[in-house]
Design a protein around this ligand. Structure first.
Ligand SMILES: [Zn+2]
Ligand SMILES: [Zn+2]
Length: 400
């Protein structure tokens, strides 16, 4: 252990006093300072700031750990121990370094002592993928299941379902005349259809939903579906049967939202998903309604002209309240139309993630350039839109 040479004996006494070190930690302090002993008057109203007085009562502490572990109902085999100790504020540099030494020493001892006690009951220490997390934080012992992360894709087969739960901003979910006493703008959300059955299945504290990009309430998600990750926080059990989870979700929503799971992942995947959503390629199909008679040849010409271009999209009027007002550049790789009648056409567009497709059709009063409306010189509107494909680029190889 490092000898601490730049403290006087008096300074060490004051140090021990300020941290209210227990006998064991004071002993360690003396040892690493090369002194026989450090003595001071301990206060009885607070615990040792390094070990919360655990070092003097390991036997008693083991009993508490055993009791907690015995109350875990489901099968578990492996565990990890995490010790969190907050450093006191306002320490100068050398005092902080000394605290670090004491703290790390205690952490090692705690993990060794408590770990070997648990291992005697046939369990194994697994720092990477444990069944149980044993947390020791400021004298408090908590036993948790580590979060599980599931990755998959979802389909949304009915319109008028928001992606995120959209709580009424007039009543904050309590229900009012404005929201028809539903507490929300839309009766159901993809988020709830996925997280509620998973939360029940895992008997978890909560489930957090993260999607790669978003769709409007009136947009369907079909084809391969949109990628998502759910984070199951403090699950009471671990589930390895992905099919069972899929089934629970698909049944819960009566087929309105369907998921296919790819596998288990970790928290890093969430950021990756958000990043990839912006650069991914999306394919949509939809219906355009023209406000004047449209010429078939002109329509075909326009579709050629609008393939392989970069759009300039100022944040649309309809979302301006919720999103930063700025100009985005989005690529349209291909745009194909199919004539239905003089006022209607079907279309398929392949574009960059984050493109506002409805505005690409209507032009949004000139806020999106170019647009179908602008090229044809006819006012038009996208009256139905479905997301049919999400290509995450290189990521495809990794399973998404
Ligand atoms: Zn102590
Ligand atoms: Zn309301």
């Amino acid at each position: 252990m490092n000898r601490v040479t730049d403290f006087t004996e008096q300074e060490l006494k004051e140090y021990a006093q300020s941290l209210n070190l227990c006998n064991e930690c004071t002993g360690t302090l003396a040892e690493i300072s090369g002194l026989n002993e450090v003595t001071y008057q301990r206060r009885s109203d607070t615990l040792c700031m390094v070990c919360s007085d655990v070092r003097g009562r390991y036997a008693q502490f083991f009993e508490q750990v055993s009791k907690e572990l015995n109350s875990v109902v489901d099968d578990w085999h492996s565990f990890r121990i995490d010790v969190l100790i907050r450093s006191p504020p306002n320490l100068d540099e050398k005092s902080r370094a000394l605290f670090q030494t004491l703290k790390e020493g205690f952490k090692r001892e705690f993990k060794r002592e408590v770990g070997s006690m648990i291992e005697r009951s046939g369990k194994v220490f697994d720092p990477v993928n444990p069944d149980l997390l044993i947390n020791f934080e400021r004298g408090q012992l908590t036993i948790k299941r580590p979060a599980q992360y599931l990755e998959g894709r979802y389909l949304k087969l009915f319109r008028n379902i928001s992606q995120a739960t959209w709580v009424c901003n007039n009543c904050y979910g309590n229900g009012c005349a404005e929201c028809n006493y539903k507490g929300r703008h839309f009766i159901a959300s993809v988020e709830e259809f996925i997280t509620i059955p998973i939360c029940l299945l895992y008997n978890a504290e909560r489930v957090v939903f993260h999607a790669g990009g978003r769709e409007d309430v009136d947009v369907l998600v079909v084809g391969k579906g949109r990628p998502f990750v759910v984070e199951v926080v403090n699950p009471a059990r671990r589930i390895s049967d992905l099919k069972a989870i899929e089934k629970a979700v698909n049944e819960y929503s009566n087929g309105i939202v369907q998921i296919t799971l790819i596998g288990f992942t970790d928290s890093r995947r969430i950021e990756e998903l958000k990043r990839l959503a912006e650069v991914s390629t999306k394919e949509y199909r939809g219906i355009i309604k023209f406000f004047e008679r449209v010429d078939l040849n002109k329509l075909v010409e326009a579709s050629k002209e609008l393939s392989g271009i970069t759009l300039e999209q100022q944040t649309p009027w309809r979302v301006k309240k919720r999103r930063a007002d700025k100009v985005r550049h989005k690529k349209v790789y291909s745009f194909k139309v199919e004539y239905v009648d003089d006022y209607t056409a079907l279309f398929t567009v392949v574009c960059q993630g984050g493109t506002y497709v409805k505005e690409f059709i209507s032009g949004d009063d000139g806020r999106t350039k170019p647009s179908v409306s602008q090229i044809l010189g006819i006012r038009c509107k996208c009256i139905a839109l479905d997301l049919v494909g999400v290509d995450m680029g290189n990521d495809e190889k990794q399973g998404l």
